[in-house]
Design a protein around this ligand. Structure first.
Ligand code: E4P
Length: 226
């Protein structure tokens, strides 16, 4: 499992990158507005994120366009920011059609707001490079987000979609809307390719009270050795 950071906050991205575990970044309009982002600085900010993580880390930037022509136009503009930009497109008819066009042009798409296996199958056939099923938001409506993502991971793994994607790359499932370290455990066990996590969850993933107690006791005993 690889880890993407689900944020538009450059400080968080730089900190996570310094840990040596960051494989990508996902943003969305809410995350960008949360850092006080403004429309006229959006593309420049995505470029700053791309520069911060380097060319091997995909950075998802989301379109808010609602028609296929506008999504394609947005997708081309976003993809022109840097080679590692991935265009985030919502799972909907216009999004599927636009994804086909973008993928045929060599532009990678992360199909987002995916909640069911049929949605994921369509996203995969449309040429999406990444599919992002949301866990937390599904839990929020009293559904089982983990179970749904497990079904999507299994269903996507049943087929070869390399004929649909840019350069024949393997589709990857990004477990999204992750709210806890326990979500990460479940996603790792089910074999999700990627977990995109908020920085708060990433910090919690490192910690365990027994680890902290163990470090403290080793340091104390080392004092006796000295
Ligand atoms: C994924 O790409 C989304 O940006 C994100 O995971 C949404 O998470 P939320 O449901 O906690 O807002």
């Amino acid at each position: 499992m690889r880890f993407f950071l689900d944020t538009a906050d450059l400080d968080e991205i730089q900190e996570a990158a310094s840990w040596g575990v960051l494989a990508g970044v996902t943003t969305n309009p809410t995350l960008y507005s949360r850092i006080g982002g403004k429309l006229d600085d959006f593309q420049a900010h995505i470029k700053r994120i791309c520069d911060a993580v380097g060319p091997d880390c995909p950075v998802s930037a989301e379109t808010v366009a609602m028609t296929r022509d506008e999504i394609v136009r947005d997708g081309r503009e976003l993809a022109a920011i840097a080679p590692n930009v991935v265009v985030k497109v919502p799972t909907m008819v216009e999004g599927l059609a636009a994804t086909r066009t973008l993928a045929d042009e060599g532009i990678r798409v992360n199909m987002t707001l995916c909640f069911t296996v049929p949605q994921a199958m369509l996203a995969a056939r449309s040429g999406a490079r990444y599919i992002s099923p949301f866990i937390g938001r599904f839990d929020d409506i009293s559904e089982d987000g983990i179970d749904q993502v497990a079904q999507i991971v299994e269903a996507v793994g049943n087929y070869d979609f390399t004929g649909s994607t840019v350069n024949g790359e393997q589709i990857e499932v990004i477990a999204a809307s992750i709210r806890s370290a326990n979500h990460v455990t479940k996603c790792a066990l089910m074999g999700a390719d990627v977990a995109t996590v908020p920085f708060g969850v990433l910090k919690k993933m490192v910690k365990h009270p027994l680890t902290e107690a163990g470090i403290e006791s080793f340091l104390n005993d080392w004092e006796k050795v000295k």
